[in-house]
Design a binder for this molecule. Structure first.
Ligand code: ADP
Length: 445
């Protein structure tokens, strides 16, 4: 195992990795921007290095500064967390050149799976169904028109290099396709430095179900079952749960098998998530692979009892997976609510500022992964996630009751948060029935 590791991230995920390091006896080195000078995760790390001003491009996204920090602190490995450089294959290449172990898959797997068009082709090779759509990148509006006629409206234009729910446009007819296509291309070019886009059939009222997988360096591949992430706003997850409340055991087994086939085909190593969309008839289609730890990993940890960050570190250090598939079970039900500093009453406008009062919920079955505290100043520079509230109970009904109780206990003021929205969702009869899809929040609120 590594003796020293640098965390190229901030906030709750930096704290999550530091906690795993502590338990494994690894010396953790945190990096921070000037805007994060007073961050709590820095107090928990063994060492800390300032890497620049608040703008992410000058700090957490700045490869030379992160590599310099790693060299100065003499670490053997870098954990990238999620977001920032976590899916940047160029960064992983540089880590390899500098003989620093990147905690994640090989750069070539990141290149292959980070490109949604290549990932679709790989899924086809692995005999995993893909959403009907274009054969590869769509070069111009004429080809887009022909393709859309073939697959039928509505269609969705997606950036090949897209991520974080950005760079997608739903189009209902040919007139809109023309302007949407050009906008999508230029948006992709500026957001992802790659203007390539492709087309998929837009699946109305789809469900998002993803399978967590882990693979080691000697070819052992196992899955840690699924998470249902259908509750989204603007294609971004809001509430996740495991197991999915609606899929049959047969479908669950099929999804897990399909995920493993794809990961095998990609010769993938370390943790990854294979995402699927389910249509109204429960037909499943491959959507994409995320080559990093996911924000929602705690719900998988709660139902399987496996510490996924420790697994990530062990696999990166060359250890083999020491568990067999038949020994990994889903026990009980876990739900996660993402708590963002946003105002749900005001079109989810970011609500940065100082937290004056912070009272964390507790009790049996409650877990809070958060870097926030009373006196913490939420910076406008970064995403608005201030914490993840997770509950784990024997049944779904108990988990919902526990989450509602914990959300009511949770006090964060005077900033606005998404706690009231989460409470409304959990009380909605459709949610209680498990009868929700990716458009539910936008249709209902
Ligand atoms: P990103 O990498 O930006 O997260 P994904 O491809 O994972 O993008 O898609 C995010 C979400 O966008 C999905 O969970 C789903 O809600 C929606 N979405 C993407 N593709 C489709 C599609 N073809 N039909 C319907 N919804 C889609």
């Amino acid at each position: 195992m590594f003796s020293r590791l640098l965390i190229a991230n901030r906030g709750e995920i930096a704290l999550r990795v530091i906690r795993a390091c502590r338990e494994l006896g690894i010396v953790s080195v945190a990096v921070y921007s000037q805007a994060d000078r007073d961050a709590y995760y820095l107090t928990q790390a063994d060492e800390r290095i300032c890497i620049g001003p608040g703008e992410a491009s000058e700090s957490y996204l700045n490869i030379p500064r992160i590599i310099s920090a790693a060299e100065i602190s003499n670490v053997e490995a870098i954990h990238p967390g999620y977001g920032f450089l976590a899916e940047n294959d160029h960064f992983a290449d540089i880590c390899a050149e500098c003989k620093i172990q990147f905690v994640g898959p090989r750069p070539q797997s990141m290149r292959l799976l980070g490109d949604k068009v290549k990932a679709r082709a790989l899924a086809q090779q692995a005999k995993v169904a893909i959403i009907p759509g274009s054969q590869g990148v769509v070069p111009d509006v004429e080809s887009a028109t022909i393709c859309a006629q073939e697959i039928g409206y509505p269609v969705i234009i997606k950036a090949a290099a897209g991520g974080g729910g950005r760079g997608m446009r739903i189009v209902h007819n040919e007139i809109n396709l023309r302007s949407a296509f050009h906008n999508a291309q230029s948006e992709a070019a500026s957001a992802f430095k790659n203007s390539a886009v492709f087309l998929e059939k837009y699946l109305d009222q789809a469900r998002h179900v993803e399978v967590q997988v882990a693979a080691d360096n000697v070819g052992n591949i196992i899955h840690l079952w699924e998470r249902d992430c259908s509750l989204q706003r603007r294609h971004q997850k809001v509430i996740e749960e495991s197991p999915s409340p609606v899929i049959s055991n047969n479908l669950r087994a099929e999804l897990c098998k399909a995920a493993i086939r794809l990961i095998k085909e990609a010769e993938y190593v370390n943790l990854g998530t294979v995402e699927f969309l389910l249509d109204k008839d429960d037909k499943y289609y491959f959507s994409e692979v995320n080559t990093r730890i996911q924000v929602e990993h705690p719900i998988t940890e709660m139902v399987t009892g496996i510490d996924m960050v420790k697994w990530q570190l062990r696999i990166a250090a060359g250890e083999n997976i020491n568990k067999r598939q038949k020994d990994i079970h889903q026990q009980g039900v876990a739900i996660e609510c993402r708590i963002n500093a946003e105002d749900p009453e005001n079109d989810f406008k970011p609500s940065p500022g100082r937290i004056e009062r912070f009272v964390a919920p507790g009790g049996l079955g409650v877990r809070l992964d958060s870097h926030a505290y009373a006196g913490y100043e939420i910076s406008p520079h970064y995403d608005s996630l201030i914490g993840k509230l997770i509950v784990h109970k024997k049944t779904r009904a108990e988990a919902i009751a526990c989450m509602k109780r914990a959300l009511r206990e949770f006090e964060i003021s005077p900033i606005k948060t998404t706690i009231p929205l989460c409470l409304e969702i959990l009380s909605h009869p459709q949610y209680v029935k498990g009868n929700v899809d990716t458009g539910f929040i936008e249709r209902t609120w």
